[in-house]
Design a protein. Structure first.
Length: 256
């Protein structure tokens, strides 16, 4: 790898800092540490590259719109199904104004932390691996590492704790891995970190704030959110579709 030293520095720093912060979170320290944790990938990338960050490129508006709307499908549709199947799970406390405020203001606030992850994961890690080892290895390694990075919070913390751990861990991985693939592909297609960051922000906002706050039930975690079977099916469908589309584009470019 051309930048092997800097990449190894990134991995060492991100692992050490993440272990420290995640341990503090699991021990019950204040929740604002989640925001610190989400900026560790960027901090690690800055340290590894001696302050040089090159992923803030302008991109076409269609990629921004795509990132804003996509979570409504794989996040929103599962919640609508659950509300239909389990009517008591819907908490009728929202209004059109509430929804609009959450969609706009909530996404902006969520972007402040999501950007911290995406500069490191997709802006640096994925881009570096893609350049050195190709698309497939870059997608697999980055997405799998992203899943593993969350595991301490799922095992010892309170993250996604609405389902038992024997189900929660594999379900979370099956959901987040293809999401990482989608974010990697949208970064590649747009040549910018902004669409991935916006997709990450809207994902968190729609799931945890918009739809999540309107839903109640002990069993809903099996169907919606980052451990829901409906979410898993939809995000895998999207990931496979985008991957085949990008592969087709690459094949056509090579044949020209």
């Amino acid at each position: 790898m051309e930048n092997k030293k800097s990449f190894m520095t990134f991995m060492i720093v991100v692992i050490i800092l993440s272990v420290i912060i995640e341990a503090l979170i699991c021990l019950g320290f204040p929740s604002w540490l989640y925001a610190v944790l989400m900026w560790i990938p960027t901090i690690s990338a800055v340290i590894a590259n001696k302050g040089r960050i090159k992923c803030f490129r302008r991109c076409k508006l269609k990629y921004i719109i795509f990132s804003l709307l996509l979570p409504f499908t794989y996040i929103g549709i599962p919640y609508l199904i659950v509300w239909k199947v389990f009517p008591d799970s819907f908490i009728n406390q929202g209004s059109i104004l509430y929804v609009l405020i959450v969609i706009t203001l909530g996404t902006i606030i969520s972007l402040l932390t999501a950007l911290g992850e995406e500069i490191g994961w997709r802006g640096y890690m994925f881009t570096t691996l893609n350049k050195e080892y190709g698309l497939n290895k870059a997608l697999i390694v980055t997405s799998l590492f992203w899943c593993i990075w969350h595991l301490p919070l799922l095992i010892w913390g309170s993250y996604m704790n609405t389902t038992p751990i024997w189900y929660r861990i594999p379900a979370f991985i099956l959901c987040i891995f293809p999401l990482g693939v989608v974010e990697g592909l949208i970064t590649l297609k747009s040549n910018s970190v902004w669409p991935a960051a916006i997709l990450h922000a809207t994902h968190n906002n729609y799931d945890q704030v918009l739809f999540g706050q309107l839903t109640y039930g002990e069993k809903v975690g099996y169907f919606v959110s980052e451990t829901g079977i409906y979410t898993i099916i939809l995000i895998w469908f999207i990931a496979v579709f985008l991957y085949l589309d990008v592969s087709k584009e690459n094949k056509n470019e090579k044949s020209i």
